[in-house]
Design a protein around this ligand. Structure first.
Ligand code: UDX
Length: 432
């Protein structure tokens, strides 16, 4: 099938290159000409395992094209919308990128088409888009909702082997078209779930709201564990073995970040308030997440009785999670901004996100970056771990022993307290 993917950001690139790999002929449209120029050469400005390779494959097979031209893009009758929908200051969703794409489509449409919306949008947006076309173009434009559930760091796998594909449609014809687009995915186990357009839009928010609440719930319990001597690793195992709860997303820690959870929670809360609806769990999940960072910060201060002026720390992990260079809403970056004016120095390390972190932390005092995770440990007082990167799981004890104050603040519970204490370290985790 001939498909156009509008927006060559994270979701658009994964979606476009995967659809091309599934045998479709895909045209990716983005208004950023320098980005399109690089993409034509197979070069990406974001890191996602396997993505560059897949894009190069599509380019060489000539079933993946990149263009800034809506005219070219609108020649296809299936248009995927993969536009960024960030948060406005008041928590509302900023739909300006989405609507500017809609306007460009309207200007260049030459036939009937199906718009497949992958962007996370407030309830009712697909209907509003459809109305706009009804008012202003002579072609029949259908709009369906196909929210994206990709996780950064494993997005290709999530697209090619999804647990489910949620598709909100309001006609059998669109349903059949969507079946065809995804026919080679989940051949053995059909995971396509069809529902109304509104339900699909809300399923996306509900999924992210629920997952974020799971994390905040564990973080709330971790405070009890700390006070009563429980261990969140054991509690997680006990809790996760109940099939009604499930074992994943139960890691207590510094809390969630990234481009989705904080933004989507804010959007849910905004919509609830706008409509004067009863609310609670989602707002609490967001509050607990903020509190979690402050509690960790206080743990560091408390260890030093409030005085960290002369202290030097090494921070491992700058991205919002492992295996990505994405620092959006990264808890680590927030912690660095809080700590940096109070300390003598912070040395920062991340194997993928240094470049982005340098940009985000420009002008922040007392920080420096290191390409090696053990550099000058003998001049460092304590180690702070912010992401559960595999490379941090088994640190070299001989290197850690160089730390002047022999203290480790583990924001992701990845190290073993007993081993560290045997080696005379002071260890602070999150409820472990
Ligand atoms: C998330 C959703 O998982 C995905 O379905 C959606 O499409 C986009 O948002 P992503 O933001 O890539 O994906 O990251 P995810 O792996 O879900 O982690 C989000 C945050 O939660 C990270 O900061 C992570 O460190 C944190 N987290 C995750 C925890 O603190 N504890 C956990 O148990 C799991």
């Amino acid at each position: 099938m001939n498909i156009t993917v509008i927006g060559s950001g994270y979701v658009g690139l994964v979606c476009g290159s995967c659809l091309a790999d599934l045998g479709h002929k895909v045209t990716c449209v983005d208004t950023n000409s320098s980005k399109i120029k690089s993409l034509r050469k197979g070069k990406l400005s974001i890191y996602e395992p396997g993505l560059e390779k897949l894009i190069r494959k599509g380019l060489s097979k000539k079933n993946l094209l990149f263009t800034t031209s809506y005219k070219k893009g609108c020649k296809n009758q299936i248009l995927f919308l993969c536009l960024d929908t960030p948060s406005l200051k008041n928590g509302a969703v900023d739909l300006s990128n989405l609507y500017s794409a809609i306007h460009s489509i309207k200007d260049h449409l030459t036939s009937d088409c199906l718009i497949v919306n992958k962007s996370t949008v407030p309830l009712g947006t697909a209907k509003k888009i459809k109305k706009q076309f009804l008012k202003s173009v002579k072609f029949n434009v259908e709009v369906c909702s196909n929210p994206e559930f990709l996780r950064e760091g494993q997005a290709i796998k999530d697209f090619m082997d999804p647990e489910r594909i949620i598709i909100g449609v309001d006609s059998d014809l669109i349903k059949r078209t969507m079946q065809k687009i995804y026919c080679s995915i989940n051949k053995k186990h059909n995971k396509k779930i069809f529902m109304s357009v509104e339900s699909a839009e809300l399923t996306k928010y509900a999924a992210n709201g629920f997952l974020a609440s799971k994390i905040s719930f564990m973080n709330e319990i971790s405070i009890l564990a700390e006070n009563y001597g429980g261990n969140m690793n054991e509690i997680r195992e006990g809790l996760g073995s109940d099939s009604r709860i499930g074992p994943s997303f139960l890691n207590a820690g510094l809390g969630f970040g990234g481009s989705c959870f904080p933004k989507d929670l804010k959007a849910i809360i905004y919509e609830q308030k706008k409509l004067h609806l009863p609310h609670g769990i989602v707002a609490s999940a967001l509050e607990i997440n903020k509190r979690q960072l402050n509690l960790f910060y206080k743990k560091i201060l408390n260890f030093y009785q409030g005085n960290i002026r002369e202290k030097d720390f090494f921070i491992w992990g700058l991205a919002f999670k492992p295996n990505t260079d994405d620092i959006r809403e990264s808890v680590s970056i927030k912690l660095i901004k809080k700590l940096s004016p109070k300390v003598n120095s912070l040395t920062l390390y991340d194997s993928l996100a240094m470049h982005n972190a340098k940009k985000a932390l420009k002008g922040i005092p007392n920080i420096n970056f290191s390409n090696q995770k053990y550099s000058n440990f003998n001049q460092i007082h304590g180690l702070i771990i912010c992401t559960e990167d595999k490379e941090f799981f088994n640190p070299r004890i001989s290197e850690l022993k160089k730390l002047q104050d022999a203290v480790i603040f583990d924001g992701r519970n990845i190290l073993e307290r007993s081993i560290l204490e045997k080696n005379n370290f002071h260890y602070e985790g999150i409820g472990v």
